[in-house]
Design a protein. Structure first.
Length: 432
């Protein structure tokens, strides 16, 4: 893999597939590994130009990061890719105790050296960084992130600060510069980047509100990758900026027309999301003819094998009856301690999903919820996934690679809790 352009570590699985989507739309073949790949696994994908490693650092404590991230970043660095990207959620939600982006920044800088570019704005997802303040679209309007109807009330990492440097200051003592949108529009992005290096800054945050500003950042990243930095932090805005740079310089040719997903007769939805957006999607799916199966959360948290077997039987039966079923742990916020509950529920739903797929032979599976996706997919025994087709922005259709023939080729959609239109589940079944 000597022609790699880029490598990334996704801090959750939904965010990892967001990067796959950006790369596919940019004409960059890529593969996402679900465990640290060895030489034999890498050799199965000789033609890719980008590789990723899907993780769950977003739901982990800094002590966990200290143990697991240095090796992951070092391995991606050894791949030959000039840039290793720590991919965060586009809402940048994190805290000093859970999913600390500041701690990940410190670890990546120590592992790979150089200044750390930070790109959070992702206009393709309705995320905008302006004068260091983050805004995100929801419900047809754009909100400052600390006033966002979902993210300001996130059950694990609520966002109470819109200034992203102030937000990170609670997680790291790193010195972070800022390239503001007016200076980027004036053509000063590279000069500001070099000034930050001369000033011994640890990181440099770039505003981003549209394709033009991301293209300007991409030119800076492409010019200085490998020499002045090897590690970057941020949303898929990092990916988009790099793609615009590669396309502008002819490194990547114009992409081919994208394929269509196609429809399936049967769809299994596994939801551990507490988001009101997902709650609405469950209600709409029920009204549209999906069977719904409520999980006993207390039983799942106690490790009940009987409850998992009940869910397998109920889901398989519903798929046999009408071909569409939603297994869900909540319709809105849970009363349990959510950080602990999210991992346990997601893992349980992953085991249930694996057994349902083996029993029924279904071709497509949707996970709803960031933690559900990360912890659920980790239980399924998959080795890697690749982008397959677009569905909805930020939640593409992907295809699994596995040694288990019952799971090899399975189509997956991994969506964050706050993503998707009310009829998203049926959209996934129809293929767009």
């Amino acid at each position: 893999m000597t022609d790699l352009l880029y490598a990334f570590y996704g801090d959750d699985f939904t965010g990892s597939t967001d990067v796959l989507e950006q790369l596919a739309e940019g004409g960059v073949p890529a593969i996402l590994f679900l465990r640290q790949p060895d030489t034999a696994m890498l050799s199965r994908f000789p033609d890719v130009r980008a590789i990723g490693l899907a993780g769950d650092a977003r739901s982990r404590a800094p002590d966990w990061m200290d143990v697991h991230l240095p090796g992951a970043f070092a391995a991606l660095g050894r791949s030959g890719a000039p840039v290793v990207h720590y991919k965060t959620c586009s809402t940048f939600d994190s805290s000093p105790d859970v999913g600390s982006i500041g701690r990940a920044l410190e670890i990546g800088k120590a592992a790979l050296g150089g200044i750390v570019p930070i790109v959070i704005g992702a206009p393709h997802l309705g995320r905008y960084l302006i004068f260091g303040n983050l805004f995100a679209a929801a419900g047809g309007a754009v909100h400052r992130i600390d006033r966002h109807p979902t993210m300001a009330r996130h059950p694990v990492t609520p966002m109470h600060e819109a200034d992203m440097r102030q937000h990170l200051a609670r997680q790291t003592e790193a010195k972070i510069g800022l390239a503001t949108i007016d200076r980027i529009q004036a053509g000063d992005a590279e000069a500001l980047f070099l000034d930050a290096i001369a000033d011994d800054a640890d990181a440099m945050m770039f505003d981003g509100m549209d394709e033009a500003s991301l293209a300007a950042v991409g030119r800076v990243l492409l010019t200085h990758q490998g020499a002045r930095f090897r590690f970057a932090v941020g949303s898929s805005g990092v990916t988009r900026a790099m793609i615009l740079g590669w396309q502008a310089t002819g490194i990547v040719p114009p992409p081919d027309a994208l394929p269509r997903a196609g429809s399936v007769d049967r769809l299994l939805v596994m939801s551990g999301s507490c988001s009101p957006v997902t709650a609405t999607q469950i209600a709409v799916a029920r009204a549209d003819g999906f069977a719904t199966v409520q999980a006993d959360v207390a039983a799942l948290l106690s490790g009940s094998v009987a409850e998992e077997e009940r869910l397998v039987a109920a889901a398989a039966g519903s798929l046999g009856d009408n071909g569409r079923v939603v297994v869900h742990s909540a319709e809105g916020p849970l009363a349990q301690d959510v950080p602990a509950a999210g991992a346990a529920i997601g893992a349980a739903l992953g085991r249930v999903s694996r057994d349902v797929v083996r029993r029924t032979g279904i071709a497509r599976l949707l996970f709803a919820g960031g933690d559900t996706s990360s912890h659920g997919v980790a239980q399924m025994g998959l080795e890697a996934i690749a982008w397959a087709a677009p569905l909805e922005r930020g939640a593409p259709l992907v295809r699994a690679y596995a040694t288990d023939q019952a799971l090899d080729g399975l189509e997956l959609v991994l969506k964050g809790g706050q993503m998707g239109a009310p009829d998203f589940f049926e959209t996934v079944r129809r293929g767009g």
